[in-house]
Design a protein around this ligand. Structure first.
Ligand SMILES: C[S@@+](CC[C@H](N)C(=O)[O-])C[C@H]1O[C@@H](n2cnc3c(N)ncnc32)[C@H](O)[C@@H]1O
Length: 309
């Protein structure tokens, strides 16, 4: 059954009232979800996010999202996304790929007391953690679903937000079409995502650095999704499409290593024979020096793209 209030459809198989909380009362069977991703690469941040529940190291994913959420760059673009979404008290907002619910909780505060926020994620474990961190009766519900088959009635929500989720999903254009379907005419979609083709690390060892950059970037399902977003929104029928780039700059190697799995990427390159152990040692040794003097640089361009249905 579909909730007449928010359009969310409950997953009968899970039969878990917590997925819908106080938001939904009437439900109908959801559309079938696409097949799950392969669990083969579940323990590497670039590849594991489509299948967090298959990982033996879920804490790595929650630690990663908490770390990112604490960084000033993330706070700035997320605050800007609230402005671009033109949020005001009252609307129904869908936060797709909500992870631990950092953004969903902020949005719920912004649209309170009459608005409501539905956080959607494919990971049961992410949603359990999101619920555990959320005070009851906040007009916020978390629902497990695949972004390509949203359990929402057509034209039932006012705003959709999707943040660094499309980089992980096959057929991202299908997600954007789904978001267009569930938005009311005049509703707004904000998508933020990375362009991994712009990922750069400073080093004098160019060959090894090229390999690390390329292996990390190309491990994502959609490494160029950031630059593809304007086209994808226009193809899905959105108009008044606005594009804002933003550059994340990290000058501390230890932090970049935590955010971008640099050491793990290098270790994998050595294991696969793409980089020799001696070159890997030299690369690490060099990074240890400039990080002490602020000489390290790691940058990435992402795009915030907003469209109106
Ligand atoms: C990089 S995290 C971003 C989380 C959150 N948007 C944030 O800014 O902290 C990507 C999220 O997308 C979810 N995800 C991956 N594939 C998905 C899919 N097909 N449908 C819904 N969520 C998905 C993951 O479980 C994860 O929580």
């Amino acid at each position: 059954m579909t909730c007449s209030g928010c359009g969310v459809v409950r997953d009968r198989e899970r039969n878990d009232p917590a997925t819908t909380g106080a938001v939904c009362a009437m439900m109908e069977a959801p559309a079938p979800s696409p097949a799950p991703e392969s669990p083969m690469t579940a323990d590497y941040l670039a590849t594991g996010f489509p299948q967090v529940d298959a990982s033996t190291r879920t804490a790595d994913y929650t630690r990663c999202l908490d770390l990112l959420d604490s960084l000033p760059y993330f706070k700035t673009y997320k605050a800007r996304s609230d402005v671009l979404l033109d949020l005001h008290a009252g609307p129904t907002v869908l936060e797709v790929g909500c992870g631990l619910g950092h953004d969903a909780r902020r949005l719920a505060d912004l649209v309170a007391p009459h608005g409501r926020v539905i956080g959607i994620d494919s990971s049961r474990r992410m949603l359990e953690e999101a619920r555990a961190r959320t005070a009851p009766a906040t007009g916020l519900a978390f629902v497990q679903a695949d972004a390509r088959a949203l359990p929402c009635a057509s034209a039932s929500v006012d705003r959709c937000r999707i943040d660094r989720c499309l980089q992980h999903i096959r057929q991202p254009e299908r997600v954007i079409r789904e978001l267009a379907r569930v938005l009311r005419p005049g509703g707004r979609l904000l998508a933020y995502d990375n362009d991994w083709g712009t990922f750069t690390l400073s080093s004098s060892l160019r060959e090894a650095t090229d390999i690390i950059q390329a292996r990390w970037a190309n491990a994502f399902t959609n490494p160029w999704i950031g630059r593809d977003l304007p086209r994808d929104l226009l193809d899905a029928g959105f108009h008044a499409v606005l594009v804002e780039p933003s550059v994340s700059l990290i000058r501390d190697f230890a932090l970049a290593d935590r955010v971008y799995n640099l050491s793990e990427t290098l270790a994998r390159a050595v294991r696969d024979g793409a980089v020799t152990p001696a070159t890997a040692d030299a690369w690490r040794a060099e990074q240890a020096l400039p990080s002490r003097t602020g000489g390290f640089l790691c940058s990435l361009t992402a795009y915030t793209v907003v469209g109106t249905k």
